[in-house]
Design a binder for this molecule. Structure first.
Ligand code: ATP
Ligand code: MG
Length: 453
C-alpha cells in the first residue's frame, strides 16, 4: 500500500501540475527583497517597489508608509508602497499584469548597531517579495520589455527621490557586513556660493557636465567611466568646499576614504568595489595619509646601516596600504567596476606627491585653489553680506590686486561674517581692510629685513 501510494501520488502530482498548466494559463515571476548573490536582485526589488509606489500604489487599498528619502528622515512627506497581501494591476502595451505584495512574515527583530542602518533602530526581518502574474501569451513581452521597463523607471524614480549619502570607512570593525557606513549628506555648498575665478569655475562645471553625459563617449574611446581631480592649494582655500559643491551639482554621493583606517591593499580594493556609481570618492590630504612615497617596502634596519634595531611592533596596526595598491584601485583593472565615479584627491603640498599618482589618466584635472583675488572677494561679499558694491571695495581691490596681499578665502569669510545683530556690512569690510593693511605692513617689514640682510 505504501509503494502504491508513493507511485500513484507522484504520478498524480506530476500530471496534476501539467493539467493545471492547461487550465491555468497564468505565469508568475517572484522578485524577492533579499537574495544570496550579493543583493543584486535586491536592487531589482527596490526598483520594482519604487515603480509600483509611483504607478500603482494609488489603486491599492492597504498601504505601507515610509519616510520619503528626500526629506532626510526628519521631514513630513511619506512614500506609500503596497501593503502585504495587496494586489494591483498595471497595463503595458495593451497587456494587463497583476502585482502582489507577499511577505514570509517571519517577523524576526534585531537591533542594528550601525548608524548607517539607523543607529540602534529595531529592524523587522520579514522577507518580502513582489509576485508578478501575467498571461502566458505575454511571456516575451513581460520578460523582454516590461521587466526592463519597470527597472528603468524604478531606477529613475529612486534617483529623483534618493537622499544623498556621505559614506565613511573609518570607525568600522570586522563584524560589519559592508565596509562603509553613512550619514545623510547635507552640505549646503554650491558652485554659486563657491568663491573662485568665474572662468575657472565655468571650466570645472563644463568638465563635470561632459563627464556626466559622457557614458557613450567613454565607451567609444575604451576608457573606464571615471575621472580624477586633484585639488591642491594652501589650507582654507576651499578644497573641501569644492568637493561638496561638486557633489551637489552632480547629485552624487560622497565616499570619504580614510586611508589610515585601511589595513591592507586588499581592504582598499574591497572598499572601492563596494562603492556605487554616481559617486565621488574622496581622499583628503593624500600627502599625509599614509606613506605613499613610492617605496613599496621599508628597508630593513640592518641593510640601511642602522646601529640599533628598530622596534617594529608599535607599527603593527599601521596601514599597510602602498602606493602601488592605491594606483591599482584608481586606475587598474578594478577601477572600471561600477562606472560613473569621480576620484578626488586633495593636498596642501602637490610637490610632495609621487608623479605616478597624479599623472593624467589618474588625476585628469589638476585644480589649484589659491589665495583670495578681488573676484573671489566679490563673490564672498555677495554671499555673506548680500552686496555687490561698497566704497570700501576700492581699498580691498588695491590691497589684493596692487599690493598682492595673500589671504585665504576662509580668512576673508571670517571677517565678512555678521557675528552679532549690531554688526553691519561697513563694520565687516572695515575689519577686513584693517587685517589686509596689517598684512601689508608685515610684508613690507619682511622685505625691508631681507634688503638690509
Ligand atoms: N573658495 C571658497 N569659497 C567659499 N567659501 C570658502 C572658500 N574657501 C574657503 N571657504 C570657507 O572657509 C572654510 C574652510 O574651507 P575648506 O574647508 O574648504 O578649506 P580647505 O581648502 O579644504 O582647507 P584644508 O586644506 O585645511 O582642508 C569653509 O567652511 C568655507 O566656508
Ligand atoms: Mg579640507
Amino acid at each position: 500500500r505504501q509503494l502504491f501510494e508513493h507511485f500513484v501520488g507522484r504520478f498524480l502530482r506530476r500530471h496534476a501540475r501539467r493539467l493545471a498548466g492547461f487550465m491555468d494559463p497564468y505565469l508568475t515571476v517572484t522578485i524577492s527583497e533579499h537574495c544570496g548573490e550579493r543583493m543584486r536582485l535586491g536592487d531589482v526589488y527596490d526598483q520594482a517597489k519604487a515603480y509600483l509606489s509611483h504607478r500603482c500604489a494609488r489603486r491599492a487599498r492597504s498601504l505601507r508608509a515610509e519616510r520619503a528619502a528626500r526629506d532626510g528622515g526628519g521631514g513630513d512627506r511619506f512614500l506609500l508602497t503596497m501593503g502585504d497581501g495587496e494586489e494591483v494591476y498595471d497595463v503595458f502595451q495593451g497587456a494587463i499584469v497583476w502585482w502582489y505584495s507577499v511577505s514570509s512574515g517571519g517577523g524576526r527583530r534585531y537591533e542594528s548597531p550601525w548608524f548607517g542602518g539607523g543607529g540602534g533602530v529595531v529592524y523587522d526581518d520579514d522577507r518580502r517579495a513582489y509576485r508578478l502574474l501575467f498571461h502566458q501569451r505575454h511571456r516575451d513581452l513581460v520578460v523582454d520589455s516590461y521587466l526592463p521597463h519597470v527597472c528603468r523607471e524604478g531606477r529613475a524614480i529612486m534617483l529623483r527621490n534618493r537622499r544623498r549619502k556621505l559614506f565613511t570607512n573609518a570607525g568600522g570593525d570586522r563584524y560589519r557586513k559592508s565596509a562603509w557606513s553613512y550619514v545623510a549628506f547635507e552640505h549646503p555648498s554650491t558652485f554659486d556660493t563657491l568663491a573662485m575665478d568665474p572662468a575657472k569655475k565655468r571650466d570645472i562645471m563644463d568638465d563635470l557636465d561632459a563627464f556626466r553625459n559622457g557614458k557613450d563617449y567613454y565607451a567609444r574611446i575604451g576608457k573606464a567611466w571615471k575621472r580624477g581631480y586633484l585639488l591642491h592649494g594652501p589650507p582654507g582655500t576651499g578644497k573641501s568646499t569644492m568637493i561638496a559643491a561638486m557633489a551637489n551639482y552632480l547629485d552624487y554621493d560622497i565616499y570619504d576614504v580614510e586611508l589610515t583606517s585601511v589595513a591592507t591593499n586588499t581592504d582598499l580594493r574591497r572598499l572601492f568595489i563596494e562603492t556605487k556609481g554616481k559617486s565621488i570618492i574622496v581622499i583628503e590630504d593624500i600627502d599625509c595619509s599614509v606613506d605613499l612615497t613610492g617605496k613599496r617596502k621599508k628597508r630593513s634596519p640592518l641593510a640601511a646601516g642602522a646601529a640599533e634595531p628598530v622596534d617594529t611592533t608599535k607599527d603593527e596596526n599601521a596601514s599597510k596600504v602602498t602606493l602601488s595598491g592605491l594606483l591599482n584601485v584608481i586606475d587598474g583593472l578594478w577601477s572600471a567596476c561600477g562606472g560613473e565615479r569621480i576620484v578626488v584627491f586633495t593636498t596642501n603640498h602637490v610637490d610632495k606627491l609621487d608623479p605616478a599618482l597624479i599623472r593624467r589618466g589618474r588625476m585628469d584635472k589638476h585644480i589649484e585653489m589659491s589665495y583670495c583675488c578681488f573676484e573671489t572677494f566679490k563673490i564672498l561679499a555677495k554671499n555673506y553680506l548680500a552686496i555687490d558694491a561698497h566704497h570700501l571695495f576700492d581699498d580691498v581691490r588695491s590691497l589684493l590686486q596692487d599690493a598682492k596681499i595673500k589671504i585665504t578665502p576662509a580668512d576673508v569669510a571670517e571677517h565678512l561674517m555678521l557675528k552679532c545683530a549690531a554688526a553691519d556690512e561697513a563694520a565687516c569690510l572695515a575689519s577686513l581692510v584693517t587685517a589686509l593693511e596689517k598684512k601689508a605692513k608685515d610684508k613690507e617689514k619682511v622685505e625691508e629685513t631681507v634688503v638690509d640682510g
